[in-house]
Design a protein around this ligand. Structure first.
Ligand code: HEM
Length: 415
């Protein structure tokens, strides 16, 4: 079947298309070339504009007073959007930083911002290096063969973020399951149940857990991020229970699957480009560039959305007040107008102006942390790695939001 722009546009609302790298990128390339501001009217979804050029994504994010995160910050089915709207009216919907706009967003973001500044991150570095070593040692213990995605990559970033929050190790298993259910929401393997009610139940389980945490930290403040959130004051008042729990949810979830997907996808890229693996092993000073190239290559956050609060002209197309736009980060990160040979994995790529962390006021709060984790992991692994190859077929998660590999079977020798 010939690929038309309309079919390509529908791929943006099809979780299975995201799991098929070749098909997905063919669709995005066509949209960038022939219909960069493209109206997508997919079954089960409220229609939206797909924005696929890097420059246009930047323009929309820069105009954050026109393109708002509320009420539709990410892609869900029309039924799911409706259920969220009802919950919001009842005051029981998730309200995280990505659901907010100014002035609330600025104030709430500031509560956590200090914890993620590069200086604070540097203080965390020794602990992260220790964890990286623990997980590379674990690969050795696994005896030269493992499913890297499930047995290594999902654990390391979760461990880091939950340590930052100050949660006990005994709760990590429960958190892993909940984050996978939340972010793997469209993939049969991770779904708790098929209905929207069941999906929302996952959120409510998160809330219940974090409500207990808030109470504990208010009673007995400690020196961790969870305490900073629980005891924050805005105009002298603490955050309400839903806003507090939402803060934990965004940190625990945003900081987990994104980074683990990048670590897995980065390893697959190195295996499939042995010249780049060897180059990086010989030139460890390239590591910061390699980390950003892995992030660009994988682009684990597939989209965020904005809603226009007035008519806006983009490339001669009128986006009407109330229309939603989908910012396709994987597309922006393969844009031929910005990247030299965008489909080449190049561990020394410089410049590398990727959009994987977004842009502007919502720019990823955890970008410095994510970079440090990925750098720590590969700085530990690569000097010890003697050989590595695929031991089966890698598989990706079916999702329109955050995802990457769910299986990466590998065979290796590590000193
Ligand atoms: C927001 C990507 C890791 C916390 C975002 C956004 C993107 C993103 C695209 C939205 C930006 C926008 O709307 O312009 C990534 C990627 C990661 C990663 C690719 C890993 C490679 C992390 C980590 C944390 C984190 C480790 C740590 C907790 C957040 C938070 C927000 C956010 C709190 C919301 C910021 C706001 O709305 O103001 N991230 N992220 N992320 N990220 Fe990350």
């Amino acid at each position: 079947m010939t690929l038309t722009v309309d079919r390509a546009g529908l791929d943006l609302a099809d979780p299975k298309a995201y799991a098929d790298e070749r098909r997905f990128h063919a669709s995005l390339a066509l949209l960038r070339r022939e219909s960069p501001v493209h109206w997508v009217d997919a079954p089960d979804y409220t229609p939206f504009w797909a924005i696929t050029k890097n420059e246009d994504i930047l323009e929309i994010e820069r105009n954050h007073q026109i393109f708002l995160n509320a009420p539709r910050p990410l892609l869900g089915t029309a039924e799911f959007d409706e259920l969220n709207r009802e919950r919001a009216e009842q005051g029981i919907a998730l309200r995280t930083l990505i659901h907010m706009d100014d002035p609330d967003h600025r104030v709430i973001r500031a509560i956590g911002a200090d914890w993620f500044r590069p200086r604070a991150m540097r203080a965390l570095e020794p602990r992260i290096q220790e964890l990286a070593k623990r997980y590379v040692d674990r690969m050795v213990d696994l005896g030269g063969e493992c499913d890297f995605a499930q047995e290594v990559a999902v654990h390391f970033p979760l461990y880091v973020i939950l340590s930052l929050l100050g949660l006990p190790e005994s709760d990590f298993g429960r958190m892993l399951k909940l984050t996978q259910e939340l972010f793997g929401g469209d993939d049969d393997e991770f779904q708790r149940g098929a209905t929207n009610e069941e999906k929302l139940q996952v959120l409510l389980d998160f809330f219940a857990y974090f409500q207990g945490l808030t109470e504990a930290r208010r009673k007995e403040p400690t020196d961790d991020l969870a305490s900073a959130i629980a005891n924050a004051r805005i105009d002298g008042e603490p955050l309400n229970d839903f806003d507090t729990a939402s803060y934990y949810v965004i940190v625990a979830t945003a900081g987990h699957d994104t980074t683990s997907a990048t670590i897995s996808g980065g390893l697959q890229a190195l295996i499939e480009h042995p010249d780049q693996l060897e180059r990086l092993q010989r030139n460890p000073e390239l590591m910061p560039f390699a980390v950003d190239e892995m992030i660009r290559w994988v682009t684990p956050v597939k989209e965020f959305m904005r809603t226009a609060n007035r008519d806006y002209e983009l490339r001669g197309v009128t986006i009407r007040e109330g229309d939603a736009v989908l910012l396709s980060y994987p597309s922006g990160n393969r844009d031929e107008d910005v990247f030299d040979d965008p489909y080449r994995f190049d561990v020394g790529r410089d410049p590398n102006k990727h959009l994987a962390f977004g842009f502007g006021v919502h720019y990823c709060l955890g970008a410095a942390l994510a970079r440090m984790e990925i750098r720590a992991f590969y700085s530990e692994l690569l000097p010890r790695l003697r050989s590595i190859e695929l031991a089966g077929t890698p598989e990706s998660t079916a999702t329109t939001f955050v995802g990457g590999l769910k299986r990466l079977p590998v065979r290796y020798s590590i000193a």
